[in-house]
Each structure stands twice: as structure tokens, then as C-alpha cells.
Design a protein around this ligand. Structure first.
Ligand code: PEP
Ligand code: MN
Length: 348
């Protein structure tokens, strides 16, 4: 159950409601926005009696009963999509969002060339890891703060919003100084200390699906971030591990429509990590547009053959520009579909 208080409710009014909820055996998890407080009711108690009492309280705007284990991120909580505004662009809104750039920030020249090219091709967000989660401890671990500074430089030059990974809760403050969107990598999807810290970081989060995680687990991880105070979470399908070896991962393309049924959070596709092969990226990107993703995150590099990480799945900058050009008719259909959906939602 989620209780939305009326605008500008007082502390006493909020405490009165939480007191009643606790009386019926539940725990409360409140999100205190500037104007409105939303109270998540969790645990086991007398649902009907609690609902009736709370609904009758004058300071309560609305009570929604939510059956899913993830409460704040469920579609039952909010039927429309959450739109996340970042640096003048939007994810989950009327425009298809493209995030692009190299796997890792490697040098000033590399990130500046990438940023200029992806901006010219129509991306609104620059990706680039400064903290890299690598399978081997002997592989390049990222440029860390120096890399974040280079991303900042690229943002200044191009106006692109920065999407970059944060690996541990101790780095949240540092990365938040430079990032417009904080990426949680697949290997960290269930790093609950990190998820909790990101609830308070004041930046939208890009949460990637774990390599072996089911969709419910992805949603529960998103719930951690929202329940700890941050409603702006973007979900990302990036392929899962299966018995198939022809691709690096298996792209669970149906995860996108499934998530669109279960949650109001925006959902994007990463066709680069999903396939591991640059030749497959444009086809998967088209699939992402067709199944209703809100955007893509794509690896692109000025010289993929020399990339320190993920070169095999990175497009070169010309291939990226071509992919963006080839996506245009698909994105035009996506725009039409979004308009129709909005008209249906607005109809009485
Ligand atoms: C990445 O985006 O470069 C990355 C490491 O992705 P993932 O966490 O999905 O493997
Ligand atoms: Mn990568």
C-alpha cells in the first residue's frame, strides 16, 4: 500500500497517519519530497482495516494498494511513465534517448573525439567509464578522477550529459560531482550498500540488469534506490548469461516490453554488451526501438581496434553515425507510437 499525503502536510498530520499504519502491524517507509510526502506501507498486517482507516483521514490524498513486492517502482503505483530530465534532455519522455561513447575513458583526445562525433550524430548523452569493473584484476581499472575530469571537459565542449559508472558507495560523492547520470554496472546490481547510498546522491541512476538476474530482482534493486529517496531510476537490459556462446551475452529483448508492463520507470537497451560484437549492434539497436525501449546505450570509439576495453563490440565513429542515420525511420515510427499512447492515456 502506498499513501500519498496532501500537498504541504504538516509533521503532525504525517505522524498521525504513520501512527495508524503501525497500529495495524505495518512498517512505514516514507519518501519526503519538497511538496508532498509519500508513505510506503510494508510488511504484514490487517489490510482492509488499515486501508479503510487511512482513506478516511482528511490529510490523505490517495491510497493505492500494491500487490507487487516492489512498491514504488510498480506500474500499480504510477500508471504513466516516469520522465527523467537530465541537462536539458529527457529519458522516458517524447524523445528517443541515445547515450553513446567509449567503454572506458582512455585519454583526452579519445574522449573529446568521441564526444564531438556522437553529439554530431544526434546523441544527447556521453558514456565513458572512469571506474571500470573488470573481470581480471590485471586489466585496466579506469582513469578514476582524472577520467571524470576529462568527461567534464567533453561536456563543456559539446553540451552532452555525462553517464558514468560508480562502483562503490565510498565513491558516490566524488562521481556525483561530475556525472549527470550515475551508472550501476551489471556486476553491482545487487550491491545493496551502493544502491542505498545512491538513494541520496541527487542524480538519476542508470541501473543495469545483472548477468544472472531475473527481472523481478532488477525491479527490487530499483526499489532499493527509490525507497531510499531517489525516484529517478532508468533500467537497462544489457544481456544475460545463458548457454549460448555465439554472442557475449544473450539479449533478452522481451525484457523491455515485460518491464514496460511492470514498471513506470524508463527502460533502455545496451546492444553492445548484449552481443559483444560490433556487427550485431545496429540490428539489436533497431530491435530496441521496435519493442518500445526509451533509449539506447551504445559503445563507440575513435579506434576500436586499439580500445583498452570492449573494442570488439565498439562501433567506430563513422559506423555509429551510420547506425544513427539508419535508425531514423524506426525512430519516426517510435514517435508516432508514443503520440498514440499519449492520446489513449489522455482519453476519458
Ligand atoms: C559498461 O557499460 O561498460 C559495463 C561494464 O557494462 P555492464 O555493467 O553491463 O557489463
Ligand atoms: Mn563496456
Amino acid at each position: 500500500m502506498i499513501i500519498s499525503m496532501k500537498l504541504h502536510s504538516t509533521r503532525e498530520e504525517i505522524d498521525e497517519v504513520t501512527g495508524i499504519v503501525k497500529h495495524f502491524g505495518y512498517k512505514v517507509h516514507s519518501i519526503e519530497g519538497e511538496e508532498r510526502v509519500v508513505i510506503g506501507v510494508v510488511g504484514v498486517g490487517d489490510v482492509t482495516a488499515c486501508l479503510e482507516s487511512v482513506e478516511a483521514m482528511p490529510q490523505v490524498e490517495k491510497v493505492v494498494r500494491i500487490t507487487a513486492p516492489y512498491k514504488f517502482v510498480s506500474k500499480e503505483f504510477r500508471p504513466g511513465k516516469t520522465r527523467i530530465k537530465v541537462n536539458g534532455a529527457e529519458i522516458g519522455g517524447d524523445e528517443f534517448a541515445v547515450i553513446a561513447g567509449p567503454c572506458s575513458v582512455e585519454s583526452e583526445e579519445q574522449i573529446m573525439r568521441s564526444a564531438e562525433a556522437v553529439a554530431k550524430a544526434g546523441a544527447k548523452f556521453l558514456r565513458g567509464g572512469a571506474f571500470k569493473p573488470r573481470t581480471s584484476p590485471y586489466d585496466f581499472q579506469g582513469m578514476e578522477e582524472e577520467g571524470l575530469k576529462l568527461l567534464q571537459k567533453a561536456k563543456k565542449a559539446t553540451g552532452l550529459a555525462i553517464v558514468t559508472e560508480v562502483m562503490g558507495d565510498r565513491d558516490v560523492e566524488l562521481v556525483a560531482q561530475y556525472a549527470d547520470v550515475m551508472q550501476v554496472g551489471a556486476r553491482n546490481m545487487q550491491n545493496f550498500m551502493l544502491l542505498k547510498a545512491l538513494g541520496k546522491c541527487g542524480r538519476p541512476i542508470l541501473l543495469k540488469r545483472g548477468l544472472s538476474s531475473i527481472i523481478k530482482e532488477l525491479l527490487m534493486s530499483a526499489e532499493y534506490i527509490v525507497a531510499h529517496g531517489n525516484p529517478d531510476v532508468i533500467l537497462c537490459e544489457r544481456g544475460i548469461r545463458t548457454f549460448e556462446t555465439a554472442t557475449r551475452n544473450t539479449c533478452d529483448i522481451s525484457a523491455i516490453p515485460v518491464l514496460n508492463e511492470l514498471t513506470h520507470l524508463p527502460v533502455i537497451l545496451d546492444p553492445s554488451h548484449a552481443t559483444g560484437k560490433r556487427s550485431l549492434v545496429p540490428a539489436l539497436a533497431r530491435a530496441g526501438v521496435a519493442v518500445g525501449a526509451d533509449g539506447l546505450i551504445v559503445e563507440a570509439h575513435p579506434a576500436p581496434e586499439r580500445a583498452i576495453s570492449d573494442g570488439a563490440q565498439s562501433l567506430d565513429l563513422n559506423q555509429f553515425a551510420k547506425m544513427m542515420e539508419d535508425l531514423k525511420p524506426y525512430i519516426a515510427l517510435w514517435n508516432e507510437a508514443r503520440k498514440k499512447e499519449a492520446a489513449v492515456a489522455a482519453a476519458p
